[in-house]
Design a protein around this ligand. Structure first.
Ligand code: G3P
Ligand code: CA
Length: 301
């Protein structure tokens, strides 16, 4: 009995402290941008993580095409850069995992990178999903992706290793201008750019203030952001991306009350997708955009 009473009081105290913290953070943030509007399921964006990477080799044209066919709101593209300064779609700094080559992308010219096979590894790793079409895939450049999809998809682009790539931000902005992608597509921005690297996002903001930017975080334990964090973010960011394992409702509400969107990564099953929708985040990265869309549709009913 005593234990139950104590737990109840402790619960109440924790709730009050958590509410006061939210209040203090919101009041304390000098650059608080806007008041909280409810997130409806329709507002919840499904972002195809590395394309529909559950069904095709990540960061290849077929992976993006499957995401487009699934009606994903965005295709996610991780960027690396070749020795001769060409932006290419690849998650890792090294080519080893997703091609038949070895070494760092920065050690390859585009011509050399194009000799590598970017699909056979997937067929070997996923015999049940293997497809002959994947046998001859190459690493796509960002320009090839823009030429292929043009206005037909929205792009969520990650600056992967900007510290090692000279003028990566300038090259990205120049391509976005060339393809007229810095604009809205209905209510959504055509392009969103994300990075764990604050310096890179700050540079992008200087180059093109209209580009929506997302600061990525990974929290091993419970996600927390200080007033100083919020004030820094308000200089360049529209939102944050964060691992779902670290967040709860209070954190998401606090971030949104401070005027920032919250995107959760990476969510590859229905239970987690429902959790993300219940958390009222602004969207989620998933390897299975078809699953994301169907869970969202069910949630809307
Ligand atoms: O962009 C969010 C998420 O993609 C970050 O993780 O390692 O898959 O790029 P990663
Ligand atoms: Ca990514």
């Amino acid at each position: 009995m005593f234990f139950n009473t104590f737990s109840w009081k402790e619960f109440l105290l924790r709730k009050i402290i958590s509410l006061l913290t939210v209040l203090l953070l919101v009041v304390g943030c000098e650059n608080n941008k806007k008041s909280l509007e409810p997130i409806t399921p329709e507002d919840f964006l499904i972002i195809a993580h590395r394309g529909a990477s559950a069904y095709a080799p990540e960061h290849t044209i077929p992976a993006y095409e499957i995401a487009q066919q699934a009606d994903a709101d965005y295709i996610e593209i991780d960027l690396q850069m070749t020795k001769d300064g060409v932006l290419v779609a690849m998650h890792d700094e090294k080519v080893d995992r997703t091609t038949d080559g070895v070494g760092f992308v920065i050690e390859y010219s585009l011509e050399e990178l194009k000799q590598l096979n970017a699909g056979r590894w997937y067929n070997s790793a996923n015999p049940g999903l293997a497809n002959k079409e994947f046998e001859d895939l190459k690493v796509p450049t960002l320009q090839e992706i823009f030429s292929h999809f043009g206005n037909d998809v929205n792009y969520y682009i990650e600056m992967k290793s900007p510290k090692i790539y000279k003028k990566m931000e300038e090259k990205l902005v120049s391509l976005l201008i060339q393809y007229n992608l810095i604009r809205a597509n209905g209510e959504l921005p055509k392009v969103i750019v994300e990075s764990f690297n604050e310096d890179s996002l700050t540079r992008l903001h200087q180059l093109e203030p209209k580009l929506p930017l997302i600061q990525l975080f990974y929290f091993k334990e419970e996600a927390t952001l200080s007033v100083q964090h919020y004030n820094r973010l308000s200089n360049f960011a529209s939102g944050i991306g964060v691992n779902i394992s670290s967040v709860d409702n209070d954190f998401i509400q606090e971030v949104q009350l401070n005027g920032f969107q919250v995107y959760l990564y990476s969510i590859n099953n229905e239970i987690e997708m429902k959790k993300a929708l219940n958390l009222q985040a602004n969207g989620a990265f998933t390897n299975n955009p078809d699953m994301g869309i169907s869970v969202r549709t069910e949630f809307e009913k």
